[in-house]
Design a protein around this ligand. Structure first.
Ligand code: SF4
Length: 888
């Protein structure tokens, strides 16, 4: 491959940032910068995108197909997959097999998987992990607009005068959109930003108003706004009467459930003044953009929440014009592409459904052997059917449901018991891969070619810049090969991703005539060279453009995709979550992302600098709840729900709403023990969208009373089965394991030698009276491993110890420091990393603030570079500045 920069797209979140990648000469590294010409990011990146070049090493990769534990040829593996599926289909019919796919797949992969299942196997049991992320938005848009049409565009961020961020911690989860919002606010300080979120998150730093509403009360809040709009005569009656239907019932439902500001304030747990302030801002501002994300979608009432928001935009006519509209921001890089090709079990392809004429049209276009005629099972139900034995063969592609599904322990047991499990995976050892009968090595980001669609309907190319290692192959190729072995060679004759894309584009235009929103007919005749050079392109882009239907203003003509052409206001009534907290499980668990990790960390976990910001699973608890439950900051806690349990480090934080706790969703068994948040999570579903209630599970949180606490630093990754709590963190030259155990250990020196080896010399400090041990193994004077054990969680920081792994010989001072448990005189400990891009630690920042009198994030940037690359850490820099100021 050449060393010229390659234009491609970030594989993480739904912002869909463009990248310029310069591959390294070694074939496993690359320099990654933001693409200044990409409309989504204009050159910006967040910490995750900026660290992509650190995630390309092939350790841990699955490089060859496997049947059981045995490496096999592709031919053997593909034959086994085809035979396994065929046997089940022949014996039990097409509904006994399933595909569980992912928003990480490229559109071309997704298209082929959906075509094989719905057009040729003849079932519809293909669903995607995007079901967990944005299915409620899809359902809400379809109810309101008659199609899954995102009516907004990122330029609206700069054109809106009022931005409502609902259930969206954009500073951490969509950082480049946050950067754009922040810049827009800086350019026009009169622009208002309101954050509606039970937690005070980093996003609140740019907020004029933060409404820390009670979890799940968004429908009440927006019903109250709808009622207010009517009462204050702020409704756009012309728009309502000409372009919508259902408004009388929606107004009635709003009045009945949310008839006054005091009623809404009491129900939402908010001061009346804040509710009234929000309503006044909405009423008095023409250009209002409501950005929402998983905090809205991941509820058993998620679809109703979405429609409560859309109702307010329709009632006020704030849609279809610049700087306004209800804007769902997707979590995954290609959640939108999955929606386009029918990756959801209740959709067909090209935004068509299972209506008889759609089934007929798609069947004719595909020349389908056996067309599915009814929706299949949605993700949670699909995995439940695996557990119940109704689905006997499942093919899992690019996702890790043993970690990421609600009630994850049950999902893992279901997969272990399933007759035939196939996984297409990049990595050899994921929690789900451990359950597979056949493992197929799939190409990852940088190795595969195709397209993704971001939250603003913009299709961008992912381009390969690395040669695939080992026998790795792209997903579209793997699926195509299996389809051919199932007897469908004529319909799966693709030779390239471009072949698949052209067919996908042609289907979108097939018998469309402007009736369906998703039409990319203009791209159906791209040559291979055009496809290779395809610039970011927003849809719709039909072969013959229709007036009033051009991006970005898809509803500029106020014509919607319902049979009447009118948008629908949907009467919604606030509903409580499926399971309420009670005496046994008194706290409401919320789960979500952290700044520097992605999904189950299979890729971001490879970048040491991303692990240095937050390296352990934690539970964030309000001080009042911490006191009530006897939880101390920095200690360990056990969380228990009706579905499972988890161990996590306690973070006492007043930003958390009393009565609620927050845990990150990222940790899996591959990196930690008892740290899978989704093992706790309720499998309750939204009845319309099938999206699980990942934002609300009643739990109890109790101190985990360990007999000992400690950490191990080792050049090799080691297994510590006798530690009840164990989290492995990859660092530059070693692994760090945070550990704790409940059984007393009689001889720590012997324990350390058993786990860390006996070669070389051991230095030991043993204090049995106080339960302390420190030990280090040196080989030819070079540090190989060290262990610190104490009876409490207050162990010394390990930052300075990491530096010792870079030294070829430990001098006397370093050896003495190891035994004393503190840095040698003159060696500073940078502390917990705040800026991941430039590796700037908290202690370094505090010292600079105090000694040099620095008092702004800009000043810290000028002095230490912190926050000057991706800017993701700027909210934390400001928080640190405030804390130091307060302490002074
Ligand atoms: Fe990637 Fe960050 Fe951009 Fe999301 S915001 S696409 S994670 S660089």
């Amino acid at each position: 491959m050449s060393n010229a920069p390659v234009r491609t797209t970030c594989p993480y979140c739904g912002v869909g940032c463009g990248l310029l990648v310069t591959p390294g000469a070694d074939g496993t590294s690359a320099q990654v910068t933001g693409d200044p010409d990409h409309p989504a990011n204009g050159g910006r990146l967040c910490s995750k995108g900026a660290a992509l070049g650190d995630t390309l090493a092939t350790d841990g990769r699955l490089l060859q197909p496997r049947i059981g534990d045995q490496p096999v040829s592709w031919d053997q593996a593909l034959a086994r997959v085809a035979q396994g599926f065929k046997q089940v289909i022949d014996r039990h019919g097409p509904d006994a097999v399933a595909f569980y796919v992912s928003g990480q797949l490229l559109t071309e992969d997704y298209y082929v998987a959906n075509k094989l299942m719905k057009g040729f196997i003849g079932g519809a049991n293909i669903d995607t992990n995007s079901r967990l992320c944005m299915a409620s938005s899809v359902a809400g848009y379809k109810r309101a607009f008659g199609a899954d049409t995102v009516p907004c565009d990122y330029t609206d961020l700069e054109q809106a005068q009022l931005i409502l961020l609902v259930g969206a911690n954009t500073a951490w989860c969509h950082p480049v959109l946050y950067q754009r919002l922040k810049q827009a606010k800086k350019d026009h300080p009169q622009r208002k930003i309101v954050v509606i979120d039970p937690r005070r998150t980093a996003t609140c730093e740019i907020a004029d108003l933060h409404l820390a509403l009670a979890p799940g009360t968004d429908t009440l809040l927006f019903n109250g706004l709808l009622n207010w709009l009517k009462r204050e005569d702020a409704v756009d009656w012309d728009f309502l009467e000409q372009h919508t239907e259902g408004f009388a019932a929606a107004f009635k439902a709003a009045r009945t459930s949310a008839g006054s500001v005091p009623v809404v304030a009491a129900g939402c747990g908010l001061p009346e003044s804040q509710v009234a302030e929000l309503y006044r801002l909405f009423t008095s501002t023409e250009h209002v953009l409501t950005l929402y994300s998983q905090g809205v979608n991941q509820w058993s009432c998620g679809t109703d929440k979405v429609n409560a928001i859309i109702n307010c935009h329709l009632a006020s006519g704030r849609i279809g014009r610049p700087g306004m509209g209800p804007f769902s921001i997707t979590g995954q890089p290609n959640a939108m592409g999955g929606r386009e090709v029918g990756g959801l079990a209740n959709q067909l392809a090209a935004h068509m459904d299972f209506a008889a004429d759609d089934v007929d049209r798609v069947g004719r276009f595909w020349g389908a052997a056996r067309m599915a005629t009814a929706p299949g099972l949605k993700a949670v139900d699909l995995l439940e059917a695996v557990g119940a034995g109704r689905i006997k063969a499942i093919w899992i592609m690019a996702t890790n449901p043993a970690v990421s599904m609600p009630d994850a322990d049950r999902v893992r047991v279901a997969l272990q018991a399933c007759e035939f499990v196939v996984c297409s995976e990049m990595f050899a050892d994921t929690d789900t891969a451990r359950t597979a009968d056949v493992l197929l090595p799939a190409a990852g980001w940088g190795e595969k070619d195709g397209t993704v669609t971001n939250s603003e309907r913009r299709i961008s190319r992912q381009r390969a810049f690395l040669a695939p290692p080992g026998e790795v192959r792209p997903d579209w190729w793997i699926i195509t090969q299996v389809a051919r072995r199932l007897g469908f060679a004529h319909a799966f004759a693709y030779q390239s991703a471009a072949d698949v894309f052209r067919e996908h584009a042609a289907l979108s235009a097939f018998e469309n005539h402007g009736r369906r929103d998703f039409d990319i007919g203009q791209l159906a005749s791209l040559s291979d060279a055009d496809y290779a050079a395809l610039p970011p392109t927003q849809w719709p882009c039909p072969a013959t453009p229709a007036a009033g239907r051009q991006p970005p203003r898809i509803f500029a003509d106020a014509r919607f995709y319902t049979p009447s052409g009118k948008a629908r206001l949907v009467a919604v009534t606030p509903r409580p979550p499926a399971t309420a907290p009670d005496d046994d499980y008194p706290l409401a668990l919320n789960s979500g992302r952290i700044r520097d990790q992605w999904h189950t960390m299979t890729r971001t976990g490879l970048a040491p600098r991303l692990a240095s910001h937050i390296s352990e699973p934690f539970v964030q608890v309000h001080p009042v709840d911490a006191t009530a439950q006897g939880l101390a900051h920095g200690a360990l806690a056990e969380l228990v729900s009706r579905w499972g349990r988890m161990l996590a480090r306690v973070q006492v934080d007043a930003d958390q709403r009393p009565g609620s706790v927050f845990v990150p969703m990222h940790w899996s068994d591959a990196l930690a023990r008892l740290a899978r948040a989704d093992a706790l999570v309720s499998p309750a579903l939204d009845p319309i969208s099938g999206q699980p209630e990942l934002k609300h599970t009643p739990v109890r949180v109790r101190p985990f009373r360990a007999a000992w606490y400690g950490f191990v630093l080792s050049r090799e990754r080691i297994a510590l089965d006798d530690a009840r709590y164990c989290v492995a963190v990859r660092a530059e030259q070693h692994w760090r394991l945070e550990i704790a155990g409940s059984a007393p250990m009689p001889d720590w020196a012997a324990w350390a030698r058993w786990h860390l080896g006996t070669d070389g010399d051991w230095l030991d400090f043993v204090d049995p009276t106080h339960g302390r041990y420190r030990g280090a193994r040196l080989l030819h004077g070079r540090l190989q491993a060290c262990v610190f054990i104490a009876p409490t969680p207050s162990l010394p920081r390990s930052g300075w110890l990491a530096d010792l792994f870079g030294q070829s010989q430990l001098d006397a001072a370093a050896r003495a420091g190891l035994l004393a448990g503190r840095p040698p005189r003159g060696q500073a400990d940078a502390g917990e990393t705040i800026c991941a891009c430039f590796n700037v630690g908290q202690n370094t920042l505090i010292e600079a603030i105090r000694s040099a009198g620095l008092d702004t994030a800009e000043a810290l940037g000028a002095a230490l570079q912190a926050g000057t690359n991706c800017g993701s850490c700027i909210p934390e820099l400001n928080r640190l500045l405030a804390n130091v100021r307060r302490a002074a």
